[in-house]
Design a protein around this ligand. Structure first.
Ligand SMILES: [Zn+2]
Length: 397
C-alpha cells in the first residue's frame, strides 16, 4: 500500500516541450511511441498502462512540487430555480481551489467507505451500494457482494444493454444503470474506487448525480503517490450520422457541448457547453434529473423497464408540461442531464479525458460506441501525465 495524502493539489496546465523530452517513452503494441512526463517505479503503473496495451521503453526521474494554498468554498449557484442542496466539491478535503484549465497529477480515491440504499429505476429492486477506497490503478471496479464478490470493471469491453441506461455485463453478471454514479466519480476526479452492490442495479435515488456527489463529500477524497494519466485525444473522431452524432477532437481541457431536440413545449432545442471540472459538475450538472414522457410509460413497463420510476426520481412530461409539482431545477435541466449521462459513459475510458466532446442528440448507445471507437484507434489518443507543480498535503490518519 502506498503512503497516501489528503486530497490532491497538484496542478499543471499542460505538458511543456521540456517535460516531454524528459519524460519516459512508451510503446504501443503497433510499434508507435509516445511519452509521459512522469515516471513511477511502482509496478502498478505498468499494470495501469498495460490496460491500454502500453509497455515501458525508457525511464526518467519524478519531479516534486511545493505545497498548494488553501481552497475556498464556492457559493451555491442560485438562479431562481428550485435546486436541492449540493455539497460543493470544495468540501472534499483540505485542498486548493483549482483554476481552469488545471490538471491533477496524482490519482485519488475515497478517504473512507460510504454507503447508500435505494431502488433501481428499471428493475425496481432495492440495492445497498457502498463506495470503498481502492489502491492506485484499480480504476472504477464494481463488486457484486451478493455473488461472492464477483467483479466487473467499468470498462467499454463490458458494456451491454444501452437503450435506456448503461449496463455492464461480465460472464453473465450485470450491474445496471451505472451512468449517474460513474459521472459523479469521473467528474469529481475519483480514479480508483470499489463499488460494492448487493443487487444488480445502481439506485436511482433522485434521478440525478447529486446524491452520489454528496456521498463523495461524506467520504472525503485522498490523493495517492501514483501519477494520474490522462487520455488526450490527438485527432478528430466522429461517430454517428447527421441525425445523432458525437465528435471528439483535441483540446487542452475536458470540454463538453451538447445539443438536444425534442418536439415538446418544455424542451424544444436546448444547448449547453462547459469545461467539466469538479466545480462545474457539482454546480451545473449534478442536480439535473433524468426525464421521460408519460406516453412512453406503458410501453417501457411492458418491456420490463422503469419499474422503479416515479415523480421522486424522474421528470415526467405529458403532452403540455411536466407532472412534477416541484418544477425544474434548471430551465434547461434536460440537456444538462444528457451531459451527465454522456460523462458517465465517457468514464468507461478509464482515465480522465483531454478532449472537446461535441454531442448532437446523444444517447447511451452512441456514447459508448464513441468510447470504443476512440480507444480502438491507437493514433487517435495518447496517455499523458501532467508534471506536478504542487505537493499534496500529508495524510491525516
Ligand atoms: Zn441519466
Amino acid at each position: 500500500m502506498t503512503r497516501e495524502h489528503v486530497i490532491g493539489t497538484a496542478v499543471a496546465p499542460h505538458m511543456s516541450a521540456r517535460a516531454m523530452r524528459a519524460s519516459p517513452l512508451w510503446m504501443r503494441p503497433n510499434g508507435s511511441e509516445h511519452r509521459t512526463p512522469i515516471l513511477s517505479r511502482n509496478a502498478m503503473q505498468e499494470r495501469g498502462l498495460a490496460r491500454f496495451g502500453c509497455r515501458r521503453m525508457s525511464t526518467a526521474g519524478v519531479a516534486r512540487a511545493p505545497q498548494g494554498p488553501e481552497r475556498t468554498i464556492a457559493p451555491p449557484n442560485e438562479q431562481g430555480v428550485k435546486r436541492p442542496r449540493v455539497i460543493s466539491s470544495a468540501l472534499f478535503g483540505h485542498a486548493t481551489c483549482l483554476s481552469l484549465p488545471a490538471m491533477r497529477s496524482l490519482q485519488r480515491t475515497l478517504a473512507r467507505p460510504v454507503e447508500i440504499e435505494g431502488t433501481g429505476l428499471h428493475t425496481g429492486v432495492r440495492t445497498r451500494l457502498r463506495l470503498c477506497p481502492a489502491p492506485a490503478y484499480t480504476g472504477l471496479l464494481f463488486r457484486r457482494t451478493d455473488l461472492d464478490g464477483f467483479e466487473i470493471p467499468a470498462s467499454p469491453q463490458y458494456v451491454a444493454r444501452v437503450s435506456y441506461a448503461t449496463a455492464l455485463v461480465r460472464a453473465g453478471v450485470m450491474v445496471a444503470t451505472v451512468e449517474h454514479l460513474l459521472a459523479a466519480l469521473y467528474a469529481c476526479g475519483v480514479d480508483n474506487a470499489i463499488i460494492e452492490m448487493d443487487n444488480l442495479e445502481v439506485p436511482i435515488l433522485d434521478g440525478s448525480a447529486a446524491p452520489f456527489v454528496q456521498m463523495l463529500a461524506r467520504a472525503g477524497l485522498r490523493t495517492s503517490d501514483a501519477p494520474r494519466h490522462y487520455v488526450r485525444v490527438r485527432k478528430p473522431i466522429q461517430i454517428g450520422d447527421a441525425h445523432q452524432r458525437i465528435l471528439l477532437s483535441p483540446d487542452t481541457a475536458f470540454r463538453v457541448s451538447c445539443v438536444i431536440e425534442f418536439p415538446h413545449p418544455m424542451i424544444g432545442r436546448q444547448q449547453h457547453e462547459l469545461v467539466v471540472t469538479e466545480e462545474t459538475f457539482v454546480e451545473e450538472l449534478a442536480p439535473a434529473r433524468t426525464f421521460g414522457f408519460l406516453e412512453d410509460v406503458e410501453t417501457l413497463r411492458r418491456k420490463g423497464l422503469i419499474r422503479g420510476g416515479s415523480l421522486q426520481n424522474a421528470i415526467v412530461l405529458d403532452h403540455a408540461g411536466i407532472l412534477n409539482p416541484e418544477g425544474l431545477r434548471f430551465p434547461d435541466e434536460f440537456v444538462r442531464h444528457k451531459i451527465v449521462d454522456l460523462i458517465g459513459d465517457l468514464a468507461l475510458i478509464g482515465h480522465p479525458l483531454l478532449a472537446r466532446v461535441e454531442a448532437w442528440r446523444p444517447g447511451h448507445a452512441l456514447n459508448t460506441t464513441a468510447v470504443a471507437a476512440l480507444l480502438r484507434d491507437p493514433e487517435a489518443w495518447e496517455l499523458v501525465a501532467p508534471a506536478p507543480t504542487r505537493m499534496a498535503e500529508p495524510v491525516i490518519s
